[in-house]
Design a protein. Structure first.
Length: 436
């Protein structure tokens, strides 16, 4: 299929134009009205073609926690969701704080062949927040790591954070901060609010996130480096980031799908499926996050796909792990919350899920415009599809908070470097034939 060539006809692009896309090998060889009848034809009437999605914040759990997810199962879930590139976080066992581990993760992604697996390196050794990890060696490795994060933990020491920002400046790297002041969130379980008092759960104050972001944007300005803020969850955080951008500080920010659609009210059920870090916030925060995506204050949507075994979720709230899966539902949630509400158009949708995350990570073979000469990393999306989320998943884990929820928009085909990873909404069995 890859060698012969395929033409995708009657497809709409994000700018609203209707065209045909010819794919030959790994590349887009033609975009226009002409049709070569000798090629395989896939009618895409009613579908929108978008550059393959790029997730800047994923947990694939391998090495060390393969009972929750593997690079293969997570890659399949990503492809099902329209992703052609994912960035797995470093909180594995062993921690991805050296070139050997990131190269292992990179190689396993390559072998799986469903998406480009671009590892994120730890900022500090063993995620301990004290000594810097081998940032330069990870960047120079075969994995070409350009994003560094202690995600799951905050780089809370100001001096360590400043040194990290200084170090990555030399190769245009970026520090992705999990903004959570540990002193303000000891044993925190949910958003600090009237509801947390009512439920008897230790509150997680918004200022624990906002204070770290404020400190870090000032450090970034001082150093002249690049900062990325993971999973922004509060109205106050949006205001700090907006202020920083107005000063010309080089900061980017992400929001997760769950923080765009779920609120703290769900915690009243004490169902640990809704336990996540940072916690679900108020409806006011959700609306502020949506507006921040619309006005450009928040640059990308990233899933924070966090699979956990049933043992770690089917238990009392206080004992349960933080996190929820989200690769397969992310695009539909963005469509439902932002397109259907009229807050953004399809061009902005493509920026949020593809072009901007690729740019932040400095990956030049992802997030490309759909045009002749680009890699054929493409998702074909049905904007009119409506569905109720069920428990079926490609992930090894089932901690899905959206089961029973009605969403709109679904992935029909995903192409990774010219080969179908998903065809007619079904993940393809490709072995490693798509490895590159």
């Amino acid at each position: 299929m890859k060698n012969k060539g395929t033409i995708f006809t009657n497809v709409q692009l994000s700018d609203g134009t209707t065209t045909n896309i010819t794919v030959s090998g790994e590349m887009i060889s033609y975009v226009g009205k002409d049709i070569d009848s000798s090629l395989d034809v896939v009618d895409c009437s009613g579908l929108i073609a978008l550059s393959g999605f790029v997730d800047l914040h994923t947990h694939l759990r391998e090495p060390g926690f393969e009972q929750s997810e593997t690079i293969l199962t997570g890659s399949r879930a990503a492809a099902k969701g329209g992703f052609t590139c994912v960035h797995p976080m470093a909180n594995t066992n062993p921690v991805a704080d050296n070139s050997a581990v990131v190269e292992q993760v990179f190689a396993l992604g390559h072998s799986a062949g469903y998406v480009q697996v671009q590892p994120i390196g730890a900022v500090t050794a063993n995620l301990e927040g004290k000594n810097l990890a081998d940032l330069g060696k990870m960047n120079a490795s075969a994995a070409k790591v350009n994003v560094f994060s202690d995600d799951g933990k905050c780089v809370s020491d100001s001096l360590v954070m400043r040194r990290a920002l200084e170090y990555v400046k030399a190769f245009d790297g970026v520090i992705a901060q999990h903004a959570q002041d540990p002193q303000l969130t000891v044993n925190a379980q949910m958003n600090e609010s009237a509801l947390s008092l009512k439920l008897g759960l230790t509150g997680w104050p918004a200022v624990a996130e906002e204070a770290i972001i404020a400190r870090d944007v000032l450090l970034t300005e001082e150093v002249g480096s690049r900062l990325h803020v993971c999973h922004v969850s509060t109205k106050g955080s949006v205001e700090v980031i907006r202020w920083a951008k107005s000063r010309g500080i080089n900061v980017t920010a992400e929001v997760t799908p769950h923080h765009l659609i779920l609120t703290e009210d769900l915690v009243s059920s004490y169902n640990p499926i809704y336990k996540v870090n940072p916690p679900l916030r108020s409806q006011e925060d959700v609306l502020a996050l949506r507006m921040a995506v619309a006005d450009g204050t928040i640059d990308i949507v990233a899933t924070d796909h966090a699979p956990h075994t049933a043992d770690n979720k089917d238990c009392e709230w206080g004992e349960a792990a933080f996190g929820m899966i989200g690769l397969e539902t992310a695009a539909a949630i963005v469509k439902t919350t932002l397109i259907d509400s009229g807050l953004i158009n399809w061009s902005r949708f493509e920026e949020l899920l593809s072009a901007n995350p690729a740019s932040i990570s400095r990956i030049n073979n992802q997030g490309q415009k759909i045009e002749q000469g680009s890699f054929a990393n493409i998702v074909f999306f049905d904007p009119k599809s409506e569905f109720v989320v069920d428990a079926a998943t490609e992930s090894k884990s089932s901690n899905n908070p959206y089961i029973g929820m009605k969403l709109s928009g679904s992935v029909v085909h995903t192409l990774f470097r010219g080969a179908f990873t998903v065809k007619d909404s079904q993940v393809q069995e490709i072995g490693n034939t798509n490895a590159h």
